[in-house]
Design a protein around this ligand. Sequence first.
Ligand code: FES
Length: 106
Amino acid sequence: MPNFVTVAKTGDIPPGERDVFEIDGRYIAVFNVGGTYYAIEDICTHDGGPLAEGDLVDEYEIACPRHGARFDIRTGKVLSMPAVVDVSWFPVRVEGDAIQVDVEET
Ligand code: FES
């Protein structure tokens, strides 16, 4: 069952920005790329690096600030070493001006 939780208003995360929210004890990074929102767990699967503190490269790839592993923020798929495991990914929707994340793990 989807479990969408409001995390912020659309104006809180402008295009090109990101923010991290704690929901049910999990840290979830929400990115705005060109007006579309994406959410992944903010914990690198290599060694726990804070992904939202990394740089976005090639628009949709977040580079872990700790050792540089890359993940696709649209899917959570791992794209480069040293990480080898995907990061959790969460559906996002906008209701009115509310950004909502489905915190049921995918
Ligand atoms: S903790 Fe992210 S690449 Fe090592």
